[in-house]
Design a protein around this ligand. Structure first.
Ligand SMILES: NC(=O)c1ccc[n+]([C@@H]2O[C@H](COP(=O)([O-])OP(=O)(O)OC[C@H]3O[C@@H](n4cnc5c(N)ncnc54)[C@H](OP(=O)(O)O)[C@@H]3O)[C@@H](O)[C@H]2O)c1
Length: 278
């Protein structure tokens, strides 16, 4: 199997362009096994968050895959996120330490501020900068940041985030945020790339899928990659876990990309970052 391509981030780190998401999955054996299945299938990037309540199982799965000799820790790109609930500088450092402890890991490859909240991110970001400078985390980024949050962060702190992880799919194409990120060399990463499976019955997606003899999920994920957006589909189904990284034997034409882009209706499946107070 061809390995998953990597994208160089603004600090020189390389991140796989497809990763494995684990939102809405409980702790337990099933998740541990799914993480091992994903790694065995070729995933090298895994995305969790403190608020998912499953960092322990994700970490156990990762350590099993390493113990089984499928990968080394250095082969993997592990992301978790800070639940930014009015945290001070010191509390932020403690949250990171707790995440590492739960996962049984010495470091994360990427630590994200999960939501901007109402002006809640500057102090935590300064704590993330310290963790980064001390080499305790390989890279730091944000999630759900609008242009005005990014401008505020860039104007008031030192380090530019490597990533902005945002809701992104053909119904929500986020032109403004993507343009801003491109201008500032911040890599965009898509969450809920399949709109939590809601887009898999879309007629346009299904037509393009039939033409390529690919699944609807593969068409949308390929659209992410051709937009230069890192994607992290979630699945607990082994056949889909494999299907979702099998994206390198076809490509979408400019016309197909444009048809998918035209589905945009600024429709969110999750909260709006300016209205969600976390
Ligand atoms: N930063 C944030 O605020 C934020 C918010 C939401 C999500 N995320 C991240 O983004 C990841 C992905 O988003 P998501 O979990 O919300 O949704 P998603 O990846 O858009 O969709 C997941 C759903 O699609 C199904 N599915 C996956 N592949 C499929 C395929 N090939 N064919 C048919 N169905 C398929 C899954 O079913 P099965 O599992 O049953 O196979 C699941 O129900 C999350 O896991 C999380 O890591 C981040």
């Amino acid at each position: 199997m061809m390995g998953i391509k990597k994208i160089q981030l603004n600090n020189g780190m390389k991140m796989p362009e497809i990763g494995y998401g684990v939102f809405r999955v409980e702790e337990g054996n099933a998740l541990e096994e799914a993480v091992v299945t994903a790694i065995r299938s070729g995933y090298r990037s895994i995305d969790t968050a403190a608020i998912y309540g499953n960092e322990k199982s994700v970490g156990t799965g990762i350590r099993h895959a390493i113990e089984e000799g499928i990968v080394t820790r250095e082969d993997l790109f592990v992301t978790s996120k800070l639940w930014n609930d009015n945290l001070s500088y010191e509390e932020t450092i403690k949250e990171y330490e707790q995440t590492l402890e739960k996962m049984g890991l010495d470091y994360l490859d990427l630590y994200l501020i999960h939501w901007p909240g109402k002006n809640k991110y500057l102090e935590p970001w300064k704590a993330l900068e310290l963790l980064y400078k001390e080499g305790r985390v390989k890279s730091i980024g944000v999630s759900n940041f609008q242009v005005h949050h990014l401008e505020d962060l860039l104007n008031n702190t030192e380090i530019t985030p490597v990533i902005n992880q945002i809701e992104f799919h053909p119904k929500l194409t986020q032109e403004q945020v993507r343009d801003f990120c491109r201008e500032h060399n911040i890599q965009v990463e898509a969450w809920s790339p399949l709109m939590n499976a809601e887009l898999l019955n879309n007629v346009t997606v299904l037509e393009i899928a039939a033409d390529h003899r690919k699944s609807a999920a593969q068409i949308i994920l390929r659209w992410d990659l051709q937009h230069g957006v890192i994607t992290i589909p979630k699945s607990m189904t082994p056949s889909r876990i494999k299907e979702n990284i099998n994206l390198y034997d076809f490509s979408l034409t400019d016309e197909e990309m444009a048809r998918l882009d035209a589905l945009n209706s600024n429709l969110r499946s999750g909260p709006h970052p300016d209205e969600f107070d976390f």
